[in-house]
Structures are given as C-alpha cells and as structure tokens.
Ligand binder design. Structure first.
Ligand code: XMP
Length: 513
C-alpha cells in the first residue's frame, strides 16, 4: 500500500530522479511526474508533499515550463529546488532576475537553523549551487532563510502555507547536509511517518520477469560491464536457457576483458544461459579511422554495435524479449523527459529497430549504479564482478581523445592495466567510485636516454561518487601516482608523460573523451 507519497514535479533538471531517490531513502514512496500533469491528476494521487525540480530555463522567459498558481492553494507542502524555487517566487509575486554573479559548485551558505527545513543543520554549511538567475525579492508572506555573499535568497519559506524553497540542490551529495534538509521536509513539513520500504528488488524482479516472459525466448546484449552483467544474471535466474547473451568484442575493451567475460558467462561459467561471443575488433577500427569528434565516435560505435548485433540476431531468428541493461542515469542523461542532452548513451535506443522481438525488458531502469551493485550481491554474483569498474558501452572509445587506432587502444589498455594493478596493490581502489587511464591526444617532447621523444600523455583519472551523477576527483597518495607514472613511462611504448585529472563532475564528466 502506497499510503504516503511525495511527487517530484519535473521541470527538466538533471537531478530529478536523484531527488526521488533521496526521498525514498527517507522511507517515503516517491515518483517523478511531468510538470504537464494536471491539478486534478495531482489531487487524485493525494500526495503528502510536492517537490519542484530544477531546470535549465529562466522563469521570465515566456516559453519556460510553468505550473498554474492554484497548486499553491491545495494546502499540500511544496519544496522548490533551484528553478523550482524561482518558479515559486515568480508565480507568487516575488521577483526573479539574472544574478550579477552566477554561482557554480561548492558554496558556503548561511542558514537560519530555526526554519523547519534547516533544523539540525549547521548555521554555516556547504551547498551545491548551479544558477545564473536568482530570487531578488521574495513573495509576500515569505521570509529569507538562507543566503550566500552573492545570493541574497539562497532559501526562503512561508511556513503558514507550508511552502519552502532552496536555490541550491539539497539532493546532491556535495550539499553536505542536504539529506537532513530533505528529511526535514519529508518528515517535519509533510508529516510523513516514513513507513515505506522498497521490496527486495531481486526477488520481486525475478518473479515479475518470470510472469512476463513465461516460456518466451529472450535475447540480451552483454557488454561485460556491471549493468548488463547484473541484468543478464537476473534473466538467467528467472528463465535460464531461454536466455541468449550476445557479447560483442569491439576491440575497445580493457586489457584481457573479452576473455574474462567469456570465462564468467561462457559455457564454463556458473550461469545457465546461451552465450555467443562476436570478435568484431577490426570492423570497429576501420569504421573509426580518421574520426575525431567524440559524439561522432559514440554514434559510430553505437551504430556498428547495432549492425553486428543485427547479424547475430538474424542467425537467432525472432525472439520474444530483448533485454537492455539501461540504468537510471543513462535514461536521464540521454535526454528523456525535458533534461538537456549531455551526451548520447551507447546503451539506450538503437537495438529495438533491428531485432525481431515483441517487447523490451529493462530490469535495471529504475536503479542507480550503487543499487545495481547491491542487486548483484543479492543475486550471489562474485564481488570481483559486482565491484568491477563501471565500464561504458563505447569502451575505450570514450577514453581516447581524438582518433581511435589499434595502437592507441594498446597504449591505453596497457597504461590502464598498470594503473589498476598499482591502485589495487596499494589498497586504495576499493574507496574509489571509478578510476582509469585515458589517452590524451596530446604529444609532447620528452627525453629518453640520449634520445628526444615525441610521445603521448596519459591522463589518470580517479573519482569519488555515490551516484555517478556528480563526482569529485580522488586524492590518490602521491607515492602511488609516482609508482604508476614510473611504470607507465617505462613499460608502455609511446608514452612519455603522465598527468592526473583533478576535475570533478560537474564541470567535467567522469569519462575523458
Ligand atoms: P560520465 O562520463 O557521463 O559517466 O560522467 C557517468 C557514468 O556513466 C558511464 N558511461 C556510460 N555507460 N554507456 C554506458 O553504459 C555509455 O555510453 C556511457 N558513457 C558514460 C561512465 O563510465 C560513468 O560510470
């Protein structure tokens, strides 16, 4: 029974699903709904609270997404975040303007701890800001409850009407006490008891997959990454040999990875399924020849994957279900809903056109990466597989800047192997969200023995992240970096420099393309 529910009204922000997830972490059921949902539809859901998300627009822009004023008269508590806060201010008669100074990233905010939203929060706390507009004047009846040196209204509230708003993003982990603020809203403003618990994902998913699939034939594109591996194991547990997994080795995998995937999912592995490995390395290299634009590379890799898969699918014939290991961040970042497209993801879309199937199955669509891992463990998958580095569909294609060649693939594979090995030996790998070596397209002068070299620079990347939507650069001990550098320049031909990437996400992405 979903007796208590919070609605996240989606105005096109990047972190909308994250907000929903944070609310679910407070043990309150939560769903994201489009801002086009009518007032009657909202009333019918009888939510205990509503959260307006951020979004890329300016409220004073005629075409920007709005909501009718009457929503504020329902008596339902509302929390506006970023664009949502500006929308609240604008709609209720406050003033929103372009800020003289936009704020971006970690920002010190002074809050009023007597406001319900900030109960238990330190008076000076760090929040994540990302805005170019700001609230210049709050609507009548509102008080300012937080500010920064350049943002006069970092938060406002009107407790009588149960309306709250923050310019910053409490849902991202960079907002140190954001979870406290959301919990305050959910429990103390909306009055939710927090008695909702997510059912065991694995159990219910296997059960519902069985019901859905019956005796049908299932086809899965297995990449060897955590997502598609967990999806494959879920399906294998649900329907066994009715499942066929096609693994395309596109020549952009990490060192030895093709064989490792085969060892786990192939006939000698522990799972019951049909496994087909396609060695398509050379096809990919020739398609990628001369291509330097990152989006074009992604598209080529994605399209070629579809071609290869199509050929295999033809051999298999018609299937009933096609499995995809799509997870939540893929869905959001591929620009579903109204969010701006960050980059086209390899594993969303495409395949359905070329495979003769009845329905698509995406068992992980609602999960974030760490939840996928939890599901993997619950499935009894070995830890080395579950905690394997997340690896993007386009593989090393997104870790080689500029043209992809077989030679560059060899360089980045070898450097990455050394990096991973040394981090593991030093025992620092388990604390990291994701880490890898990338090949910059930069060559520079070096000296080796008596000779001048003109070789590539390898970039090392390591980030801390819990949800892969945001991340910060990890501080790897200097001795470890020195050791890795030394080994790479000595052991990997074609490299004479090693750089460390200190950038977080945003403004960078985790991958390096
Ligand atoms: P970015 O680089 O967007 O990465 O910050 C966030 C997470 O997504 C992974 N990633 C992908 N995964 N297909 C995938 O399956 C893709 O096309 C893709 N691009 C990025 C990335 O490795 C990181 O974990």
């Amino acid at each position: 029974m979903k007796n208590e529910m919070i609605i996240v009204l989606d105005f096109g922000g990047q972190y909308n699903q994250l907000i929903a997830r944070r609310v679910r972490e407070c043990n309150v059921y939560c769903e994201v709904k489009p801002y086009t949902m009518s007032l009657d539809e909202i009333k019918a859901l009888n939510p205990k609270g509503i959260i307006f998300t951020g979004g890329p627009n300016s409220v004073y822009d005629e075409t920007s997404p709005r909501y009718q004023k009457e929503i504020f008269d329902l008596g339902i508590p509302i929390l506006g975040i970023c664009y949502g806060s500006q929308l609240m201010a604008h709609t209720l008669g406050g003033r929103v303007e372009t800020a003289p100074v936009s704020e971006y990233g970690h920002t010190e905010v002074t809050v009023d701890p007597s406001d319900v939203l900030f109960e238990g929060v330190s008076e000076n706390t760090v929040c994540w800001m990302s805005h170019t507009d700001y609230i210049a004047q709050v609507p009548e009846g509102f008080k300012i409850t937080a500010h920064t040196p350049v943002c006069p209204v970092a938060a406002m509230s009107c407790p009588e009407q149960k309306l709250y708003a923050t310019q910053f993003h409490p849902e991202v982990m960079h907002t140190k006490e954001g979870m406290k603020m959301l919990a305050n809203f959910v429990h103390n403003v909306c009055g939710c008891a927090g008695d909702w618990k997510m059912d065991s994902f694995v159990e219910t998913t296997i059960q519902s997959l069985r019901e859905k699939i019956g005796s049908g034939k299932v086809l899965c594109a297995l990449s060897g990454g955590v997502d598609s591996s967990v999806a494959a194991v879920l399906l294998s547990k649900a329907v066994g040999k009715q499942l066929t997994c096609v693994f395309v080795d596109h020549g952009l995998l990490r060192k030895n990875e093709g064989d490792e995937v085969e060892a786990v999912f192939g006939p000698d592995g522990p799972y019951e399924l049909n496994f087909i490995r396609v060695n398509a390395q050379q096809r990919y290299y020739s398609k990628l020849k001369g291509v330097t634009d990152p989006e074009t590379k992604r598209k080529i890799i994605g399209e070629e994957f579809i071609r290869v898969f199509e050929e295999e699918a033809k051999k298999i014939g018609s299937v009933d279900f096609l499995v995809q290991g799509t997870i939540y961040p893929d869905v959001i970042e591929s620009g579903l809903g109204k969010s701006a497209v960050i980059k086209s993801h390899h594993n969303v879309g495409g395949l359905p056109d070329v495979v003769d199937f009845k329905e698509i199955v995406e068992p992980l669509r609602m999960l974030f990466k760490d939840e996928v891992r939890k599901a993997g463990l619950e499935l009894g998958m070995p830890e080395y597989l579950v905690y394997r580095q997340p690896f993007p569909g386009p593989g090393l294609g997104v870790r080689i800047v500029g043209e992809v060649t077989e030679e560059k693939v060899r360089i980045v594979q070898d450097a990455d192997y050394i990096y991973r090995e040394e981090l593991h030996k030093a025992g620092v790998d388990k604390d990291l969200g994701q880490y890898f070596a990338a090949l910059t397209n930069m060559r520079s002068v070096g000296v080796m023995g008596d000779f001048r070299t003109y070789d590539y620079a390898i970039a090392l990347r390591a980030v801390l992240t819990s949800d892969f939507m945001t991340a910060e650069a990890a501080q790897i001990p200097w001795e470890v970096l020195a050791k890795v550098t030394n080994r790479i320049v000595n052991e990997v031909k074609g490299v004479n420099r090693v750089l460390y990437d200190c950038t977080g996400k945003p403004p960078a992405t985790i991958e390096f393309e």
